[in-house]
Design a protein around this ligand. Sequence first.
Ligand code: ZN
Length: 447
Amino acid sequence: MSPDRRAVEAETVTRLQDLIRFDTTNPPGNELPAALYLKTALEEEGIATTLLEPVANRAALIGRIRGTGASRPVILLAHMDVVGVERASWSCDPFAGEIRDGYVYGRGAIDDKGMLAANLMTMLLLQRELKHTGAKLSRDVVFVATSDEEAGGEWGMGWLIEHHADLLDAEFALNEGGRTRIIEGGQTYLAVQAAEKISHVVAVTAHGSAGHAAIPLEDNAIFRLARALEKLSRYAEPVLLTSITRQFFGRLAEVWPNAEERAAMLELASSEKASVERGAAVLSRTAVFNAVLRNGISAVIVEGGTRYNVIPASAGAVLNVRTLPGQSIDEVVARLRTVVDEPNVTVEITQRGAEAPASDPDSAMFEAIAKTARELNPKIAVVPYLSTGVTDSARLRRIGVQAYGVLPFPMQQSDEERMHGHDERVPVESLHFGTRLIHGTIEKIAR
Ligand SMILES: [Zn+2]
């Protein structure tokens, strides 16, 4: 390894450790000190920054390397806040950035301070190269670090778009939201999120006569609710393939180790109805695949009753319904009402998610990501991906930015599952892979 590369890798690890050591647990967030750290790092390299403070001790930090303006800017986005920790369940201090067995440990190591560090390193490396060669980029590269992503983004991307949308004018953005997964047999696939499901809240409420529990009543609201939920538990929305899910399964089949599932993926990617149905039946058995094949319905809260000898007049449950892009929540709810078919049970939308368009899985940006990934690992499969989770990318897509989500660090599922869990960690080697992936992608798209 060249001394240069070794120095860059050491700096990357140190930057990540530094970022983990800012406790940005949200709530309350307290991201300002981390933003000031990023500001200093960028400015020391000669990169112009803008620090915005939406509310006390919270911040958005923007850094910009100017290009010639031949093309519209590209954004490198990451959030500074992290979710809370249950310290007793960690084997180390979650805010120390400890290195052990080839991993950097700490809250945020993979969500999202790893990417924040990789984005920062990309900015520093680009600026150093430009200084060295005197070359110019074809477009601005805009570093954006936000607050409050983990609590809905009201003081983060939401605020930024509302008050400073001009700073976010861009053709493309790279954000969290995908994955680089090492699967059985050592194969790796990179899922690049190009669209996401939309999250809605739906209330199921049963009404009945209130009364003394000593006199059982036929129209007991809790039993009514139970019957409604039992019917919903057996209901699944129809399979619906978007062009992104078709490509996702078609390309994933190239590396998928399980023969039956591989065949099912190819069937799903075909255009024959019978094949698609056969493929969907097999893949629906796996929860994560099932979730991208149809609108999803999860019961999340149930409430009703006050004491042991009173029949309540009502009982309710809350459903989280996640629709595929372009699907109408009103039509889903109309179907749920038909399924429930109980007297005095209502099904109502209480919170509607906002629709966002998909990013183009054949764009120059997607190609730049895929090409860089293959340079780093010739056998990697790069697949467009529709995520079931929600990220800041939906907000960017709504203002016309084609956002793509990655988690650029190759990991086994077991490591990825530590996200939001205990002993979150990133393999040091994967941190370097991810930094090279982002750096290489930006070099290509901003050349
Ligand atoms: Zn995140």
